[in-house]
Write a protein that binds this ligand. Sequence first.
Ligand code: FAD
Length: 422
Amino acid sequence: MEIFKVAIVGAGPAGYFAAQALQNSQNEERIFAIDMIERLPTPWGLVRSGVAPDHPKIKTVSKVFEKIAADPNFRLFANVEIGSDITIKNLQEKYDAVIIATGSALGKTLGIPGEDLPGSISAATFVPWYNAHPDFADLNIPLDCQNAVVIGAGNVAMDVARMLALEPSELDPTDTADHAIAALKLSSIRNVYISARRGPEHAAFTSPELRELPKLEHTNVVINRDDIEAALARVGSEIEKDVKSNLDAMMLIADSERSQHERTMHFLFQHTPKEILGTDRVEGVVYSTPQGDVTIKCGLVITAIGYQAAPIDGIPYENGKVVNIDGRVAENLYVVGWAKRGPSGVIGTNKSDAAAVVELVISDLKGPKLAGDISELLTNQSVIDQLAWQKINEAEIAAGEPLGKPRRKAVSRAEFMHLGGL
Ligand SMILES: Cc1cc2nc3c(=O)[nH]c(=O)nc-3n(C[C@H](O)[C@H](O)[C@H](O)COP(=O)(O)OP(=O)(O)OC[C@H]3O[C@@H](n4cnc5c(N)ncnc54)[C@H](O)[C@@H]3O)c2cc1C
């Protein structure tokens, strides 16, 4: 029986699914001792800090992650950053294989004038703020304006627009960060414009998300029927199934009656942002449209136009992704998930992707190394291990219970250490 040591860097879905694939391929001849290393005090990646708080069902995948973590040969080293605390080279020397699963946390930019003005931010900032990510908790998001613009035509843009446009008390029974609920309750925003560069037939929204919009209890959702009719005419009868389903969902919204709600979410198609206006802060967005230039006045602009990976020393990057061939990066170094593919697909996409890379990992294995492990490199760190994380998890759930929330998230690193009994 041989024991191979594998380090997985990043405790998001891709990292857990890689661990699961390794566990599933154990047999009488080999087992895998897996060390998962995570820079945040908490695991689960974007399932905790990305997925919208009003979509709690999506987050139940965390139960699968905890089952993977319950294996006796699995160890969690959270609150440990690779690149600064410990290098990739350190890990490559000590482990039979190192799997990078660090996701892509940086928001892409538009590259238009005014993008750096106060009040112009990325979804990569706004989303972790409302999801209690410790690095974003202290931000002051300017919500003191009547109109906000969200630029992007995917589900992240839709999450962001919904979070701005819904009645904030709807967030009380969710795990939204306390600071975000408090700030959103004081928000003056009443109109949220979600703008797409191309027509409705090209939007990357998915239809279940579109279909839930008319169910928002306190928000009007407005789509111009002419935009959908024009899109239907453009696509003709050869329409793809997903596109048809999206256009049908949008038509339902276009046809639904407007109510007296004071909050409205407006969809704008064929609006290409040209410039963000303002002197001391954002005052509007200028778009070019087929009808000529149009300006939408607003005090907040959030771009949701994709993500790219944050570089880590010792790993080659290109176009916001780790340079790889089918997941192979270098000798005993691999990559999975968003760091490998870029920001695409659903959580489950990371499962098949990680399983394919793990097959390569296994086919490349030589005799097991006997060079120690990460614990020798951790001298001064306040490591949050699986046991400490379980305490934090239980404490958060218990704190949420009397408030009718699935959990009340801790935010500061000091709070995590305290809850973890460290
Ligand atoms: C706003 C938003 C909403 C989404 N909603 C949905 C949804 O409703 N349904 C759905 O199916 N999918 C959704 N997704 C997509 C889903 O979250 C991704 O497919 C998935 O999280 C990608 O997994 P990953 O493991 O590659 O990256 P991540 O989930 O980003 O995990 C990467 C992990 O690596 C850690 N890390 C980064 N750098 C280091 C380092 N140097 N050292 C140690 N650790 C590090 C990070 O802290 C993080 O925990 C959403 C994505 C976003 C952005």
